[in-house]
Design a protein around this ligand. Structure first.
Ligand SMILES: [Zn+2]
Ligand SMILES: [Zn+2]
Length: 365
């Protein structure tokens, strides 16, 4: 009880911060020097007692800023050399370290389980066997060995997966790079001495169709003030009815006119779901053998109720939502969007590139 009370007086405060930093690279193959912009999201969390001070948010914010600074110091992006397409091996190994980090934990857990399993299996097997023999210890040994083999396999698979990520596999062919990799920048030489950086116009495949998807990094989620469906100017945003959680919703610009167009479609989809659930409930009630009339009604009602609830929360929003999005790389904060209107998708891609170019043009090498 006391512990319970204590737990409720502790308040968790979370904050996040985005940051970016210009990173310099010298190609290991051809010594070309180039730059790229690294962007990262940092998070901070603090625990504090309720009613004690008000600095929790500030402290969380400070922690988030420290986190983003640390990430900008340590992390890299796999940006190929703009002249020869080589991706520095140092970058590859640094980036690889952030992948499959859970594998070590999994291997340790498997080893620990192997250690616990040995006495446990030996004990149980000894209790079950009537004759005195060394069978129980052999069995326990086999079970423990199984866990050890599994732990080794996990680490082997990790190193294989990391090796597969190597973008230089087909060098000197241009590499396939991770989605959301920033462009290389080189000094612009229009008046003899370089005065600023400029984006290099080389396009690399990232395994995602960039005509259908806009790929954005953390710090790039700035939507233009035009409706994502009809491209007319607007200040209102899309918001769904019956939301599952806030995180699946983004303030995507959506005009009032388009909202009005979608409303009847939403209700029509909702109606279809309720009718469909009722039909499903009826079918379920008839299909179950050996229950009386009351039982059938109960089955029909339960199926219809839960079918409608689940359906209403998922399907009409999916039908009406003017966009789709998914997280491509949580760690690097890369998200992709596909809008019903492909022109808007293209606009987002162009905007992200323009902001990168603008930043380059303001930076002196
Ligand atoms: Zn090079
Ligand atoms: Zn519109």
């Amino acid at each position: 009880m006391l512990l319970h009370l204590l737990a409720h007086t502790i308040k968790k405060t979370a904050a996040s911060a985005t940051g970016s930093r210009l990173k310099a690279v010298v190609c290991e193959k051809c010594q070309t020097q180039y730059w790229y912009l690294l962007s990262r999201l940092g998070t901070g969390q603090t625990s504090s007692f309720l009613f004690v001070g008000n600095g929790a948010f500030l402290r969380a914010q400070k922690a988030a800023e420290r986190d983003v600074a640390k990430r900008l110091d340590r992390e890299v992006e796999l940006v190929p050399c703009p002249r020869c397409h080589w991706v520095n091996q140092k970058l590859v190994s640094l980036a690889g370290r952030r992948k499959y980090r859970g594998a070590v934990v999994l291997a340790i857990v498997l080893l620990a389980l192997g250690g616990i399993a040995y006495p446990l299996v030996a004990n149980v097997a000894e209790g079950n066997s009537r004759t005195r023999s060394n069978e129980p210890t052999i069995l326990a040994g086999k079970v423990s060995a199984g866990f050890v083999v599994a732990a080794v396999a996990v680490l082997l698979i990790r190193s294989l997966l990391r090796r597969r990520m190597n973008p230089n596999r087909h060098f000197p062919q241009p590499p396939t790079i991770p989605p959301g990799t920033p462009s290389a920048m080189v000094p612009a030489n229009d008046s003899g001495t370089p005065s600023h950086l400029a984006l290099v116009n080389v396009h690399y495949d990232c395994g995602i169709d960039e005509n259908r998807w806009a790929i954005l990094r953390s710090g790039q989620f700035v939507f233009p003030n035009v409706c994502c469906l009809c491209m007319n100017e607007t200040t209102s945003v899309y918001s769904a009815r019956l939301r599952m959680n806030e995180q699946r919703e983004l303030p995507v610009p959506f005009c009032k006119q388009c909202k009005r167009t979608f409303r009847p479609i939403w209700w029509f989809a909702a109606l279809l779901i309720v009718v469909g659930s009722a039909a499903l409930g009826g079918a379920a009630a008839i299909a179950i053998p050996g229950i009386d009339e009351t039982g059938r009604w109960i089955v029909a009602a339960i199926v219809m109720f839960f079918g409608s609830i689940i359906g209403l929360y998922t399907i009409p929003n999916r039908v009406c939502r003017p966009y789709r999005f998914s997280t491509i790389d949580q760690d690097r904060g890369v998200i992709r969007f596909a809008f019903k209107n492909e022109e808007f998708t293209r606009l987002l891609n162009d905007q992200a590139r323009e902001s990168e170019a603008l930043l380059a043009s303001r930076t002196v090498p």
